[in-house]
Design a protein around this ligand. Structure first.
Ligand code: SF4
Ligand code: SF4
Length: 736
């Protein structure tokens, strides 16, 4: 991984008396060290990759503290790592992207939560939910409920987030429950400051290891018959212990609200949504510019378990309470409704005035049932709530604001479609400029022209961009590294061979075992295409076991080339497993890739055929060579940059090249010929000269309008001399 986090690593060293300024996710990372964590692990994924990335790069400092950092193979291995805290009083933290990562980790989490933990356990999950999410719309909350794990959802303010990390470990130890902490993308990137404490070197650490293993204790195993007793303990002991701790230590926050007249109503909000709530209240004139609200607010920094007495006390005497909860199902709202109902019954038993508990609960009846809680969506819900229960408060300003937003969107869309002469086209995400995976899908398009359309089992990773235009490739995505496994049902039932596409990240995460091993065992006759770009690029280009060594990357002559061929761990692993048909093709060689795909689809060889598509992630390659090129330029040395272009006089305007490439720098411009109507193709400045344009033109026999040029900085004496001869000829020919 070429991204440097050296500044962030320095922030981890801050201590008592220092003020931390920065992003939420880094504050969480620092808080782990302030909590005396002994081990940290995880699997990368937005929006929490930063936690592990920084920890990995802070390895020398971690060694000083004695903290073990593990870049895990997947989320299941990260969750299993937490087994260290079952017997031993040591704190551990892991991180991954949810919901997908939690799904992968689910088995280990069940087996962790059943015996429970002795040392505090914190699982920091990136809750990638709602607008802009890249995963299935499901909630991690479900796992907390089903496995009886704590669910923390801290209000996104740095001091509070840090407090909740430290409290999360203590709560986990007090209740023996593992703690999940969900962080939405905005919480990870919220900026702020907090007063630091010193980092705590853990008592059990790599510097001070345990001298003896724990004594055998069957009760610590997730295995019948003790699992029956463990289930009872979850309900009878652990959850009540957690509730006592939450109440005693004020983990949830109550903001009293400034308007005395408004105390007849209240708001209960997931902590992570507090900032959205404040912004919405401002639209209604119910909060000031500093976030102080007029209405009482209960911010749930812990959303499971809820504390019945706290809920009852908050709702007592209120006509109505609005529960603000993201997504579906509405677990918290239902929990509150059930809790209050039971609370009423208990109070009636003790002859407390039943009327106190007749609070009307609103939530999803006033809010969209699905999707992210946005300021606009919540404001609309609050307008409905205030109109019903605070009729004296004017809501017209908020209504006008919502209407103006809607009108502005329509006006912008209308204006743009008027200019374009058509409805605004969708702008799906796509591969980076020069991505090595784009040419493979161009080759696949061409191969299918010859062999016919094939069923494509797609996967998670950058190659999933090929599901968008112009490739529209892929019939299903069943999970990270699951493409080959997902083809097992369809492959034997399909006349033409099925193609499974997988990245090297997915291959190591899951694909090797669930896909390759099973395909070999069952004698599947299908094709597996592995994108070997050298990194888990889609999650931030983290290193994997098949990443080229740093020492190779540092070697001068190789710096401009793709280096992924220097690590053949994937190939040797596949050979070791018994793969007999395997081809390695450079991704930018479109003709060769096309032929190899055609061969794989038609060869008489029965069995799994593997194509390794080699080409270093362009993003990572550019990061790697940029400083090197800058140093060359600074020292006055020759640097040549390849650029492709389209000769506008030759371009016939059919845009076949664009349909085959999808590179954002290969686009359109007005035809300079007044007699031709169709716009011509053009290559704009962002071209990194990957060569795909030339390869596509050759492989698909496109019109000969593409040319390759070199932009040379600090040319040699010979080049200057040749240029001095060429320039006048070009001017004479009116070429420039
Ligand atoms: S990050 Fe790398 S692999 Fe992913 S789209 Fe960009 S260049 Fe391609
Ligand atoms: S050569 Fe073509 S495909 Fe490659 S970066 Fe340039 S315009 Fe894009």
């Amino acid at each position: 991984m070429e991204v440097s986090f050296s500044k962030e690593v320095q922030l981890l060293r801050l201590g008592r008396g220092d003020t931390f300024h920065g992003e939420g996710i880094l504050a969480i990372t620092k808080a782990l060290l302030q909590s005396g964590v002994s081990y940290v692990g995880g699997y990368q994924g937005a929006p929490v990759s930063h936690l592990l990335d920084v920890m990995v790069q802070a390895e020398p400092y971690m060694r000083e503290l004695g903290v073990h950092v593990q870049a895990c193979a997947n989320e299941a291995s990260a969750a299993a790592m937490l087994g260290a805290s079952i017997h031993y009083p040591i704190r551990g933290a892991v991180t991954w992207k949810s919901i997908v990562g939690t799904n992968v980790a689910a088995d280990a989490l069940s087996n962790l939560a059943s015996p429970g933990v002795t040392g505090g356990v914190l699982i920091v999950v990136g809750e990638d939910y709602g607008e802009g999410a890249s995963v299935i719309q499901e909630r991690t909350h479900a796992y907390a409920l089903k496995s009886s794990m704590l669910m923390l959802d801290p209000r996104p303010e740095l001091a509070n987030m840090v407090r909740m990390v430290e409290a999360g470990f203590a709560l986990s130890e007090a209740s023996n429950m593992p703690a999940l902490m969900e962080l939405r993308i905005r919480a990870c990137h919220v900026r702020g400051s907090f007063e630091c404490a010193d980092n705590i070197a853990p008592q059990v650490s790599t510097l001070h290891p345990l001298t003896e293993p724990a004594a055998f204790d069957y009760a610590k195993l997730a295995h019948p018959p003790v699992t029956f007793a463990q289930e009872k303990r979850k309900i009878a002991e652990r959850i009540p212990a957690a509730q006592r701790y939450i109440a005693a230590h004020g983990l949830n926050e109550i903001f009293e609200g400034r308007g005395a007249a408004n105390h007849e109503v209240g708001l209960i909000v997931q902590g992570g949504l507090h900032n959205v709530l404040v912004r919405s209240l401002q639209q209604l004139g119910l909060a000031d510019a500093f976030g102080a609200a007029e209405l009482p607010v209960l911010a749930l920094n812990v959303t499971f378990p809820l504390v019945p007495e706290q809920l009852a006390a908050f709702c007592a005497g209120k006509r109505a309470v609005f529960v603000i909860e993201e997504g579906q199902p509405d677990y918290i709202e239902r929990d509150i409704l059930a809790t209050l109902h039971r609370q009423v019954d208990r109070q009636v038993d003790r002859q407390v005035d039943r009327q106190e508990m007749q609070t009307r609960i609103h939530g999803k009846d006033l809010m969209p049932a699905t999707g992210e809680v946005t300021v606009e969506g919540l404001t609309a819900g609050l307008v409905g709530f205030v109109e019903r229960h605070l009729p004296q408060h004017a809501v017209q300003g908020a209504r006008d604001w919502l209407a103006a937003n809607a009108q502005r969107r329509v006006a912008v869309a209308t204006q743009l479609s008027r200019q374009l002469g058509t409805a605004l086209p969708a702008r799906p995400p796509t591969f980076c400029v020069g991505c090595p995976e784009r040419p493979v899908f161009a080759a696949l398009k061409l191969a299918q022209q010859n062999v016919g359309p094939v069923h494509v089992a797609a996967d998670i990773g950058c190659h999933a961009f090929a599901t968008f235009e112009p490739f529209s490739s892929g019939h299903s995505i069943l999970g990270y590294g699951m493409s080959l496994a997902s083809s097992a049902g369809v492959s034997p039932l399909m006349q033409r061979r099925v193609l499974s596409v997988m990245g090297d990240g997915g291959f190591w995460h899951n694909g090797l075992l669930t896909g390759v091993q099973s395909a070999l065992f069952n004698g599947d006759d299908s094709v597996l295409l592995i994108m070997k770009n050298g990194y888990t690029s889609a999650t931030g280009t983290q290193d994997i076991i098949s990443t080229p060594d740093d020492e190779i990357k540092a070697r001068e002559p190789d710096k401009q080339q793709s280096l992924v061929d220097r690590n053949t761990t994937i190939e040797s692993t596949l050979k070791g497993l018994g793969i007999q048909w395997m081809r390695t093709v450079h991704t930018y060689h479109v003709s060769e890739m096309r032929k190899t795909l055609e061969e794989a689809f038609t060869t008489p060889f029965k069995g799994l055929k593997v194509i390794i598509a080699e080409g270093e992630c362009q993003l990572e390659r550019q990061r790697r060579i940029k400083p090197w090129l800058a140093a060359l330029l600074k020292s006055g040395k020759r640097v040549a940059r390849v650029k492709y272009g389209v000769d506008e006089d030759v371009c016939n305007g059919d845009h076949a090249c664009i349909r085959l490439s999808g590179c954002p720098t290969l686009t359109l411009k007005d035809n300079p010929d007044p007699l031709k109507l169709d716009p011509v193709a053009t290559v704009i400045d962002g071209c990194v000269g990957c060569g795909l344009c030339g390869e596509n033109a050759h492989a698909a026999a496109l019109c000969p309008s593409f040319y390759r040029g070199e932009v040379v900085t600090n040319p040699t004496v010979g080049e200057r001399f040749v240029e001095a001869l060429r320039a006048p000829v070009r001017r004479w020919l009116h070429l420039v």
